[in-house]
Ligand binder design. Structure first.
Ligand SMILES: Cc1ncc(COP(=O)(O)O)c(C=O)c1O
Length: 357
């Protein structure tokens, strides 16, 4: 029977199985344990940060970033429109005003539009949640300078960009806090998971404490604030370590898949130096053509998707301010994310190309 081709499925084998069984046999079948600690050290080192706090999701990391600064009513959160809803979901739950900015040709947020938003936000407590979309880092130097000039807190949502670089700097290393996701569809996975990255010792300790119900160091359960249950389990830390060791291979394999798509004549969005090649994104001539190709791929049992639908086009955010023109909207209408799994075989790439030809 023909096997379904997924967009970006987990690529795991005996190494992950052995790691999880060893963690199981060690007796640490709990949210705390040596494999979570080791995973945190390895992730912090690869992100060029002093600290990584391993969490149950990337969304949890964004929520803890907002908790750290007390984001809530009276704040403004500014984010690129072309992203997954988790970038701003925690802001919505906190009753915070949200504004969006358009993309540039890289698909990442257009920093000129961000500057317009920051100009309007003068005098308001502001957090910018910048996104490294589809594994392609923003210009961190420019972003940091801009946020510093306007006194905005910068959070770097690198959920999709684990292993990528911005001018030699690791994804997630910009701003006060970086965010990684290890969800099942990401370039490395813990089945579900994420990381809160920062350089400040006290901030890391607060995030870790909040991720464990903000329990005070007493023999009984003592609380002076209300926290969250966001900690990653020790078993998943073991899976993450096995995955992290394979990251360079995964990045290279995804680059090969993209090269094969390009060699066959597909128009992928231009590469950004240092990207992790998470997903191959093709731009086709029209929305109708996008839908036609998606339908053909679906019939052939191949998973493909439109690019993220911009947040300013979503019903739930229809009253939010949007800075920009039609770039993000155009990418949504003409963009297709194609299968780019790290374990994808050459025959499977051929199968995708056969349908698209
Ligand atoms: C841009 C972006 N931000 C945040 C997240 C949230 O990560 P998670 O699914 O681990 O909560 C994701 C992915 O799912 C994402 O793509």
């Amino acid at each position: 029977m023909r096997k379904r081709i997924f967009l970006s499925p987990p690529c795991v084998d005996e190494a992950e199985r052995a790691a999880v069984m060893a963690a199981f046999d060690s007796g640490y079948v709990a949210p705390c344990g040596p494999k979570v600690d080791e995973f945190e050290r390895a992730i912090a080192a690869s992100a060029g940060r002093r600290h990584a706090v391993a969490l149950s999701s990337g969304t949890a990391a964004i929520d803890l970033a907002m908790a750290e600064f007390g984001v809530g009513p009276g704040w403004l959160v500014i984010a690129p429109s072309l992203t997954f809803i988790a970038t701003v979901g925690p802001a919505w739950h906190r009753g915070t005003q949200v504004a969006f900015y358009d993309s540039d040709a890289t698909l990442n947020g257009d920093l000129t539009r961000l500057e317009e938003a920051l100009e309007d936000a003068k005098g308001v407590k502001t957090m910018v949640v910048s996104v490294d979309l589809y594994g392609r880092c923003c210009d961190y130097a420019r972003l940091e300078k801009l946020c510093a000039r306007y006194g905005a807190v910068l959070v770097c949502d690198s959920a999709e960009a684990v292993g990528a670089k911005s001018a030699g700097r690791a994804a997630g290393s910009a701003g006060a806090i970086g965010v990684y996701s290890f969800n099942g569809n990401k370039i490395i996975t813990t089945s579900g998971g994420g990381a809160f990255l920062c350089d400040d010792d006290a901030m890391a300790a607060r995030a870790r404490k909040r991720s464990q119900q903000s329990r005070e160091p007493f023999p009984w359960y003592e609380h002076s604030e209300v926290g969250y249950n966001y900690r990653l389990s020790n078993l998943l830390g073991a899976v993450g370590l096995a995955q992290l060791a394979k990251l360079p291979r995964f990045i290279a394999r995804r680059a090969e898949i993209k090269a094969a798509y390009r060699a066959a004549g597909l128009r992928l969005v231009p590469d950004v130096p240092g990207e992790n090649n998470w997903l191959a994104v093709a731009l086709v001539e029209s929305e109708a053509r996008r839908d036609e190709l998606l339908a053909r791929l679906a019939v052939a049992d191949i998973e493909a998707r439109p690019v993220w639908k911009p947040m300013h086009m979503q019903e739930v955010f229809k009253d939010c301010r949007f800075y920009g023109g039609s770039t993000a909207e155009d990418c949504f209408k003409r963009g297709i994310c194609l299968p780019t799994g790290s374990g994808m075989q050459d025959e499977e790439v051929e199968r995708v190309l056969e349908v698209l030809k």
